[in-house]
Design a protein around this ligand. Structure first.
Ligand SMILES: O=C(O)CCC(=O)C(=O)O
Length: 288
């Protein structure tokens, strides 16, 4: 059996009013296909261009290895010069991804290529983040620590996105005190016999092409699989729902530090316990 996924709405473009009424208020995802056609980035941004402007930067890389207690929260697995990384992306499939790379800090010249769109939400100006991935690499299912509303702009290549809202948590094998599900679930083709609760989850699926914008509402789970090498930029706006805002503050102030302390105290036992508990709890909640 497959996952219960419906296609994310796709619109060519959208007015602020329609975006707020049809997507932001009901907290529903949408892909806007041609929202950024007038950005210089739309014509300029490619892997080759990134190599040109940022080739000598050292970039943090992540692969799909499971969380290790020796690593800090979100600590990179390797580093490389951007020029070598782009060459690698183009040459062969690689698991290495760049995750949460702050453009403003790293390559300020890229700021000239885009603007902060007016969707009727106040976007955080200091946090435009870039993500890169090689063919078939994927960003594990997670939601963001700050529960932000996310606008995700895709460049070069094609990317599959699978999304769930926070109501689905009890079906997703969520790891306690963290923002991820079991890392051994391959959401693009999950083994439902091994993960039976997943069949109760209702989510969304879409594919992004160059120039598409994906809106992900507050706290949405997202799994991204790079079908071909490419990259994306995310802009974010703080959550409006007070419960989400409270959870964001808790995550940033308590959850992250608690996890780091537990890793230091308990080591791998803490990670193993969390992974085990994710299954026990999910199966208990689903009478499995
Ligand atoms: O596309 C990716 O690799 C991850 C994107 C992501 O996690 C985000 O935009 O918050």
């Amino acid at each position: 059996m497959e996952l219960n996924l419906v296609a994310v709405d796709k619109v060519e473009t959208i007015s602020k009013k329609d975006f707020i009424n049809n997507y932001f208020k009901p907290q529903k995802p949408v892909v806007i296909e041609r929202f950024i056609d007038d950005w210089p980035a739309y014509t300029k941004w490619s892997l080759e261009y990134m190599k040109e402007v940022a080739g000598d930067k050292t970039v943090p890389l992540y692969d799909d290895r499971p969380v290790d207690y020796k690593d800090g929260f979100n600590q990179p697995h390797a580093t490389m010069k951007m020029s070598e990384y782009v060459d690698l992306l183009k040459k062969e499939p690689t698991k290495f991804r760049i995750f949460l790379w702050n453009i403003l800090k790293e390559v300020p010249v890229l700021q000239k290529d885009f603007s902060f769109p007016d969707f009727g939400l106040r976007l955080m100006k200091g946090l435009p983040m870039l993500f890169f991935g090689g063919k078939d690499s994927y960003t594990f299912m997670h939601y963001d620590i700050d529960f932000a509303n996310i606008f995700h702009f895709h460049f070069e290549g094609k990317k599959q996105c699978i999304l769930f809202d926070q109501q689905q948590n009890k079906y997703l094998y969520k790891i306690p005190n963290s923002l991820i599900t079991r890392e051994d679930i391959h959401f693009s083709n999950p083994d439902i016999k091994k993960w039976p609760a997943l069949k109760n989850a209702k989510g969304y699926i879409t594919h992004l092409e160059h120039g598409n914008t994906l809106y992900m509402p507050e706290g949405y789970w997202h799994y991204m699989r790079y079908i071909t090498p490419g990259f994306s930029m995310s802009l974010r706006s703080i959550p409006r729902n007070p419960i989400h805002l409270g959870k964001a503050v808790y995550n940033i102030v308590v959850m992250r530090s608690l996890d780091n302390v537990m890793r230091r105290l308990w080591g791998q036992k803490w990670i193993d316990w969390k992974n085990d508990y994710a299954i026990k709890r999910t199966h208990r909640l689903n009478n499995i």
